[in-house]
Design a protein around this ligand. Structure first.
Ligand SMILES: Nc1ncnc2c1ncn2[C@@H]1O[C@H](COP(=O)(O)OP(=O)(O)OP(=O)(O)O)[C@@H](O)[C@H]1O
Length: 277
């Protein structure tokens, strides 16, 4: 999979969605993430790669508004102007607003795909209710429309729409992950955070899921921050990469440049460990 072409990169004149400045969240020396800076543009997929423990998930949690940083600032440029800071029109300081507004943001403009679908689904209610729930949270109450959206999204993620009334606990791991993706994307979020979306699945299931995700990212023009330790996943889905080691970014750049010609010794090691069996 490492030799598939990367997705075509969006126009860098597209507006900035997220500005990340000097973000630090440390649990101990080198444990967590430290002094992270980047800008994400609309339609861009940024992959965060590095070995286990390098701080990828910590950074993602901070970016997604789930865990406050020790220092630094995350600025989001919301579509819904009413979400922006009263003092700065069009900007939102993620940790300068209260929990309720951060939750509203996750509901209205953002989406989150967890590695373990059980963390993102309600296992006891039907597949259709899982998909409809986020729409209902946006005020959609029409049963027929919710059901139609459920069927449509089950098809889009290549699930059998006949199973709309089945509970996710009767689905395989790969199917549950597809359902979590449908539940997340049904509201058409502008920005999606994904933490190892194909982790823990069989290789053949992973490959099909990746192809589907790649198609959806392209079709919907999604902006994504993707955490993965798997460079093949990063290659297929990301326009740009940050390589993390012990909480810090050691290299940043276009995906094909980093994977074909890594400059930092650690990135070289990561790439060579995939290429040499
Ligand atoms: N809540 C926490 N309390 C204490 N230490 C933590 C906490 N969360 C993460 N850590 C530590 O911070 C470091 C970075 O963890 P993190 O999960 O961000 O890395 P990662 O690159 O996502 O790794 P993995 O792919 O294994 O999840 C690790 O040493 C981890 O043990």
């Amino acid at each position: 999979m490492l030799d598939k072409p990367v997705l075509e990169r969006p126009d860098l004149d597209s507006p900035a969605l997220l500005d990340v400045e000097s973000i630090t969240r440390l649990y101990g020396p080198g444990k967590g993430c430290e002094a992270i800076d980047f800008r994400l543009h609309a339609g861009e997929v940024l992959g965060i790669v590095g070995e286990s423990g390098s701080g990828k998930s910590t950074l993602l949690r901070v970016l997604a508004g789930l865990e406050a940083p020790d220092a630094g600032r995350v600025t989001y440029y919301p579509l819904d102007r009413s979400l922006s800071d009263h003092s700065r029109e069009g900007e939102l300081d993620l940790y300068g607003i209260g929990d309720a507004r951060r939750r509203a943001l996750l509901r209205l403009e953002w989406g989150l795909v967890h590695q373990n679908p059980r963390d993102g689904l309600r296992m006891g209610v039907s597949a259709g209710a899982n998909i409809g729930e986020r729409l209902m949270a946006l005020g959609d109450r029409h049963y027929g429309q919710l059901r139609a959206a459920g069927c449509d999204w089950m098809r889009q993620v290549e699930l059998d729409a006949e199973r709309i009334d089945d509970a996710p606990q009767t689905f395989s791991g790969g199917m549950q992950q597809r359902l979590q993706i449908a539940r997340t994307l049904v509201t058409r979020p502008r920005l999606v955070f994904m933490d190892e979306p194909t982790g823990g699945l069989d290789v053949s299931v992973q490959a099909r899921l990746l192809d589907m995700l790649r198609t959806l990212v392209r079709q919907l023009g999604l902006s994504v921050v993707l955490v993965t330790h798997d460079l093949a996943v990063a290659r297929l889905l990301s326009h740009r990469l940050l390589v993390m080691r012990q909480g810090r970014v050691v290299e940043a750049g276009l995906t094909d440049q980093i994977l074909d010609d890594p400059q930092h010794a650690y990135s070289q090691l990561l790439v060579s460990s995939v290429l040499t069996p």
